[in-house]
Design a protein around this ligand. Structure first.
Ligand code: T4K
Length: 404
């Protein structure tokens, strides 16, 4: 059994939970249906390269979001690379630093300069005013990220992109099943990219999809996904291997069959967390609009050290000690990550709102693994951590080891 650090033992000598509770625990869905599909794939001996399950998945996604085209890919990162290349992004592209590093790597990998832009601390998404201010003659596009599945300022960004003749790409890795103004995410900008990584509520083990209403762009991206082949022996475009396998497509189809249940399960968990943290000073649950569709796949708490007495990082340490493997997505901001620092080791951009959000966000476990009692347990740990903050901080500062 895991050793319990005594300084953090607010509940007793052993962790509250015997087994770790993970953020991003994958769902399996209807295992029999999945296995039937996998048996079929094995029988057919068609494992990848635009197979029937990939085509079926592309149709399902296009229909679900209401987009004209869907190009399934091997993961979201390669999807972003293909989409940005097909859109002709070059020079400078405006991106948030509060995102998973893949958003930014996908651009940099192609020699594009990411220009880090400030977020709105309330929404955690790009601030349109900051985007407008960051446009230069070298800017070719904007990549907006729908962080936590809350759509970024789609209308304002569309307006900015139109006025400055910029391409607009959305990293919709978190936002499958979400909508904005009644219209599904997947239909905005020039293209949008979903991730179906195992940690997403709809997943393909590894996978992603690019959706667009631009038929010509979709055709280019299909070519790019498959080495530029336009038929046997006929390479007409620069390309990469961005293909999704049949087994991955089978998993994603199985998940989409189950999407309503997955969302309502996550919503129930979210409501349980809300009840559990209600009235607990200093823990603010990130809110989801009920006017539009949300997938509730992330339960995110902002920890105010002033009100709880503990920093986000101490809260994280306490939760980990109790086997609650919460995560501090996204920390540090991409502008503070090695490849994006200036030669003297300092960040190139000053982003105080981004830094503040990076410092106080905690992502809690959800999904089918969590029971209401476990969620209540997680909330109790956070509440107790706050109630005992002075003692805990004192013990941590002085390295005092007690028996808990
Ligand atoms: N844009 C955004 C905004 C994104 O969030 C992401 C991915 C992308 C683009 C790129 O899409 P992909 O190329 O990945 O399709 C994880 C995921 O790997 C990543 O897909 C996701 N965002 C990111 C937010 O989270 P890590 O480095 O945190 O992964 P890891 O291995 O620490 O696992 C996360 C948690 O999930 C752990 O608590 C363990 C649990 N887990 C994970 C796997 C793989 C399981 O329980 N089972 C599993 O099979 O990045």
């Amino acid at each position: 059994m895991k050793t319990h650090p005594d300084e953090l033992a607010i509940f007793g000598a052993q962790p509250v939970f015997d087994q770790p509770l993970h953020v991003g625990r994958p769902e399996v869905g209807d295992r029999d249906a999945l296995m039937t599909r996998i048996e079929d794939i094995l029988d057919r001996r068609w494992f990848t390269n635009d197979g029937p399950y990939v085509r079926q998945l592309e149709q399902r996604i296009a229909d679900y979001v209401g987009a004209r085209n869907c190009v399934a890919v091997c993961n979201g990162t390669v999807g972003l690379e293909i989409a940005s290349r097909a859109l002709g992004l070059a020079g400078e592209v405006i991106v948030p630093a509060f995102t998973f590093v893949a958003t930014v790597h996908a651009l940099t990998w192609q020699g594009i300069t990411p220009v880090f832009c400030e977020i709105d601390p309330q929404t955690h998404n790009l601030s349109p005013a900051a985007v407008e201010a960051a446009v230069t003659p070298s800017t070719t596009g904007v990549v907006g990220v729908h962080v936590w599945g809350r759509p970024c300022s789609v209308d304002e960004l569309t307006d900015i992109a139109n006025r400055h003749r910029l391409k607009l790409l959305f990293d919709s890795a978190h936002a499958f099943g979400c909508s904005h103004g009644g219209q599904m995410i997947g239909t905005f900008g020039d293209a949008e990219v979903f991730s179906f990584h195992a940690t997403k509520f709809v997943h393909a083990f590894e996978g992603g999809a690019i959706v667009t209403n631009d038929d010509e762009l979709a055709e280019t991206m299909r070519l790019m996904r498959n080495f530029g082949f336009a038929g046997y022996d006929n390479v007409i475009h620069l390309g990469v291997n961005g293909k999704m396998s049949e087994v991955s497509a089978a998993m994603a189809i199985t998940a989409i069959d189950d999407i309503d249940r997955l969302i309502s399960q996550n919503r129930e968990n979210y409501e349980e967390y809300r009840k559990g943290l209600q009235g607990a000073p200093g823990y603010r649950l990130v809110e989801y609009s009920t006017k539009d569709r949300r997938n509730y796949q992330y339960v995110v708490v902002e920890v105010s050290e002033r009100d709880t007495g503990i920093s986000r990082d101490i809260a994280l340490q306490i939760l980990h000690a109790e086997n609650v493997l919460a995560r501090r997505y996204f920390f540090p901001g991409c502008h503070r990550m090695g490849p994006y620092l200036a030669a003297d080791g300092t960040p190139r951009a000053r982003l105080p709102a981004t830094d503040a959000v990076c410092e106080n966000v905690l992502v809690l476990p959800t999904g089918g693994q969590m029971t209401p009692a476990e969620i209540d347990g997680v909330c109790s740990i956070l509440r107790l951590a706050s109630e005992h903050s002075t003692a805990i901080v004192g013990r941590l500062e002085h390295g005092v080891r007690t028996t808990g």
